[in-house]
Design a protein around this ligand. Structure first.
Ligand code: SAM
Ligand code: SF4
Length: 352
């Protein structure tokens, strides 16, 4: 099978998912899994200080799932009731052939099996990709950007060019995509700029979500120095803005408010809190085919081994069901001055 078949894009191809309605993916705690995040590569053109080491050793290409394997696993999840698929990385838009994968997966949008196919990107290549992404049915996109100051952006990303991201944002919006900005809150770097960043995003008609740093992956900096509590940020914002809680829940660690003064939506992602685990609807697939059913636990299931052992579709589905059945009840993050992070894998491998 090639992962890309233009007839699917036109909605006239066979609608493979949706033919049968197998039992949904329900874990041992009664939670239904409807959201899959897939890291399509561990590589990236940036080196954000909280995400990667300056000199990263990337995985050998043979260890990565091929585009066909990625399509196969994602499609199996969709058959099992996943309605939302987010591609991430590393930087998804640096993966060679990424539009073949996305174009192929868009058949599930055309068939109605999938509600949303979306991406989290650093935006550096978005200017070139916006049009093909929109043509493949990508309607919303998350773009990570922690500052609007070119010098600070260069420092935080170790060399990134903010102008490229701004051009990417413009192109995505010109294609009619809804853009959400993701910004990691960093005590020593962008803390003071956050109100201005929020006001700018809202002024441009974009949602923005602040993210607390997570103890994932070995990096040089002492992460406790970068940690900024979003509770503290919220308190400060409330000293000059009115934040109205929104009932919106995505089944993940984000909580949303409306800023009355700007009219825009603001999210807070506090992954260190436990208060979202009971409604968690998501699982993550790494670029090497390891399925993690909880971001904060070392649980894993190697689906690449299953695939490369010549698994039938039934074998693959059975492996996925076994993994989801064992999804942990909750996670166990701690920011401590310990030598190693709570979870040793990098965000760029797991997919943020
Ligand atoms: N390269 C893409 C990007 O930057 O949007 C997608 C992958 S990136 C790993 C996904 C998200 O994870 C980004 O918003 C990034 O800021 C966030 N992230 C990376 N490392 C993190 C950490 N240690 N703590 C919290 N968020 C992190
Ligand atoms: Fe790359 Fe995204 Fe990690 Fe930054 S956060 S280094 S852009 S994967």
């Amino acid at each position: 099978m090639t992962p890309y078949d233009a007839t699917f894009l036109q909605g006239s191809g066979p609608q493979r998912s949706g033919l049968h309605a197998p039992a949904p993916l329900i874990d041992g705690f009664g939670r239904t899994v409807t959201y899959l995040r897939v890291s399509v590569t561990d590589r990236c053109d940036l080196r954000c200080v909280y995400c990667m080491a300056e000199h990263m050793t990337f995985l050998p290409k043979k260890d990565l799932l091929t585009l066909e394997e990625l399509d196969r696993v994602a499609s199996a999840f969709i058959t099992l009731g996943v309605r939302k698929l987010r591609l991430t990385g590393g930087e998804p838009l640096v993966r060679k052939g990424i539009m073949n994968l996305i174009g192929g997966l868009s058949r599930h949008l055309a068939s109605g099996a999938l509600d949303e196919l979306t991406l989290t990107t650093n935006g550096t290549r978005l200017e070139a990709f916006a049009a093909p992404l929109a043509a493949a049915g990508v309607r919303r996109i998350n773009v990570s950007m922690d500052t609007r100051r070119p010098d600070l952006f260069r420092k935080l990303t170790r060399g990134g060019d903010l102008a490229a991201v701004m051009a990417g944002l413009k192109a995505a919006r010109a294609e009619g995509m809804a853009v959400k900005i993701n910004a990691v809150a960093l005590a020593s770097d962008n803390a003071r700029e956050l109100p201005e960043l929020i006001a700018w995003a809202h002024g441009e008609g974009m949602d923005i979500t602040l993210i607390e740093t997570m103890p994932l992956g070995e990096i040089e900096a002492d992460r406790t120095d970068q940690y900024l509590s979003l509770r503290q940020v919220r308190t400060e914002l409330e000293s000059f803005w009115t934040l109205e809680d929104l009932p919106l829940s995505t089944g993940g660690p984000a909580r949303y408010v409306r800023v009355a003064e700007t009219g825009g939506r603001l999210g807070f992602i506090t992954p260190l809190s436990h208060n979202f685990c009971e409604s968690c609807n998501r699982v993550r697939l790494t670029c090497t085919g390891v399925l993690h059913t909880c971001l904060g636990q070392e649980d894993e299931r190697d689906l690449r081994a299953v695939l490369r052992a010549g698994a039938s579709d039934a074998d693959l589905v059975a492996a996925i069901r076994r993994a989801v059945d064992a999804k942990p009840q909750g996670h166990d993050f701690q920011i401590a001055r310990s030598a190693s992070p709570a979870v040793a894998r990098h965000m760029s491998t797991t997919g943020g």
